[in-house]
Design a protein around this ligand. Structure first.
Ligand code: 173
Length: 500
């Protein structure tokens, strides 16, 4: 980047497809040649041609996306921001309504369950952001199954145990955690709230919970680490770059900054089709316009596609030795979906696996993590004589978890801890950091009650015999369909907006 300082008026002259400059964070970029390649389309950039695009840029792009993608000679210099006209962000009608509804959120004391955040988020979040967070692959069968699978596991509680004091704290990869959960990685936090992932970091600190930092966070990796309280533990979710040197640098930097576990995503060699997200893109994009301008970028994967092209589909088992050679952090594979791969991960000397289908966003008809857990535990016990949970090889599960009872079921079946993603996104999209804290408090309260009702004073007492998972492999979704259900029972109501 040259030291040249432009005025706003100079930049403003470059406001056409033939010469298109934009301002992001006080820096001036010539993006003329980049227009047809922009994964989000040229139209959105042209809207800001000659202007300050920072507010539009920030939620969707990791901070260094622009400097990484533009050759140095296109990074023209900086601008005297006093001379730049303020840009009004154009808000669509639907989003105006959503903003109005934002003011009508129920008070925090009316939020009783994790479902409430989702019900409110759906009504008040920016439409694109909602589409991106809530979408899942194809017909969204797996995202529903992730939740439904927990409905096929039932409790066998014990009685007359002294449950005056109950304790559900635990250790995750040797690190203390106030609950057997962690905040799992989800991309693009600033779509939901200007503080993005920092909401999670700060709330996690208050509740003694571990946060897994995503590779594709809206905040920079260092910002998220800097926001951690002294002694707060964080993991890193890793998308592996085709250019391994970039990944090596990132991993070694993370280790230096004190990251305690590396979760390598292995279920996304290509992004799944999230059609809700894709439709948003097409609406924003006008396909005719794309054709006219001969734009060649494949936009078939919505917001996520825009920033995912670096992910290496060539990642394979042979790379594990390389990972061991570049870091001492515990290595965990995130996105394992059958016992054969879990067994191989164990045999390779990895620290654990996350049984996950990426929140239903990748292969539709992938089975739920909780179902896969049952077979993984059985086979690893049979073939390697392991008992779960243990300190040598950790099994994690994520997807569809909304209640402490879901978590307790996973723990009973052998999981060390459970990852929760979307509910925390919805919590901060609706109430910021306070929302995440409330979500964690709700889980805390649910643990306390359910541990008592189960007759389990500690997590060690949450044993296999406390659940009946004999139906977990039956892929029938138990949606009752009878007159009693439809005519007499009332639907369960979500949190209500206040009167306008
Ligand atoms: O699920 C996702 O949306 C995801 O993992 C992702 C991957 C690449 C870019 C952005 C998000």
């Amino acid at each position: 980047m040259s030291g040249k300082v432009f005025t706003g008026q100079e930049v403003a002259q470059h406001n056409t497809r033939e010469s298109c400059w934009i301002i992001v964070h006080g820096k001036v970029y010539d993006v003329t040649e980049f227009l047809p390649e922009h994964p989000g389309g040229s139209k959105i950039i042209l809207k800001y041609a000659g202007k300050d695009a920072t507010a539009e840029y920030d939620p969707i792009h990791p901070p260094d996306a622009i400097t990484k993608n533009l050759p140095p000679e296109k990074q023209l210099g900086s601008v005297d921001l006093n001379t730049v006209e303020k840009v009004e962000i154009v808000v669509r009608e639907e989003d105006k309504l959503r903003q109005e509804r934002f003011a009508l959120r129920p008070s925090m004391s009316e939020i009783l369950t994790l479902h409430d955040f989702e019900a409110i988020a759906r009504q008040i979040m920016n439409e694109k952001a909602w589409a991106y967070y809530s979408s899942a692959a194809d017909d969204e069968i797996t995202i529903r199954e992730n939740h439904a699978a927990y409905h096929r596991i039932w409790f066998r509680p014990r009685i007359l145990k002294n449950v005056t004091h109950v304790d559900w704290s635990t250790k995750i990869l040797g690190l203390p955690s106030s609950m057997p959960i962690y905040i799992t990685a989800t991309a693009l936090g600033k779509l939901g709230h200007p503080d993005g992932e920092l909401n999670l970091t700060r709330a996690a600190a208050k509740h003694g919970i571990i946060q897994m930092i995503p590779t594709l966070a809206s905040c920079s990796f260092d910002e998220i680490v800097d926001a951690a309280a002294p002694g707060q533990n964080q993991f890193l979710q890793l998308y592996v770059n085709k250019e391994r040197e970039i990944t090596k640098k990132f991993v070694q930097h993370a280790e230096k900054r004190g990251i305690k576990g590396l979760f390598i995503t292995v279920d996304a060699p290509q992004l799944g089709r999230r059609e809700k997200d894709m439709r948003q893109k097409f609406e924003a994009e006008e396909p005719d316009e794309m054709e006219r301008n001969n734009e060649k970028v494949d936009r078939s994967q919505g917001a996520a596609r825009a920033i995912s092209s670096f992910i290496d589909p060539g990642l394979c088992w042979e790379d594990m030795a390389w990972f061991k050679s570049i870091t001492k952090m515990p290595l965990i594979l995130k996105g394992v979906q059958c016992w054969e791969d879990a067994l191989q991960a164990y045999d390779e000397g990895l620290a654990g696996v996350v049984l996950s289908n990426h929140g239903g966003r990748q292969l539709d008809f992938a089975r739920s993590g909780i179902e896969v857990l049952v077979e993984v535990v059985a086979k690893l016990e049979e073939k390697r004589g392991l008992r779960f949970p243990n300190d040598k090889f950790a099994l994690f599960v994520d997807g569809g978890v909304r209640r402490a009872t879901d978590v307790i079921k996973a723990v009973a079946l052998g999981a060390t801890a459970v990852g929760i993603g979307r509910p925390f996104l919805y919590a901060f999209s609706t109430y910021g950091q306070e929302g995440v804290e409330k979500a964690l408090q709700i889980l805390h309260d649910e643990f306390e009650m359910n541990m008592r009702l189960l007759g389990a004073p500690t997590l060690k007492d949450v044993v296999r015999d406390m659940v009946d998972a004999s139906s977990v492999h039956q892929h029938i979704v138990a949606v009752p369909d009878d007159r009693l259900f439809h005519q007499n029972y009332e639907g369960i109501a979500g949190a209500q907006l206040r009167a306008a």
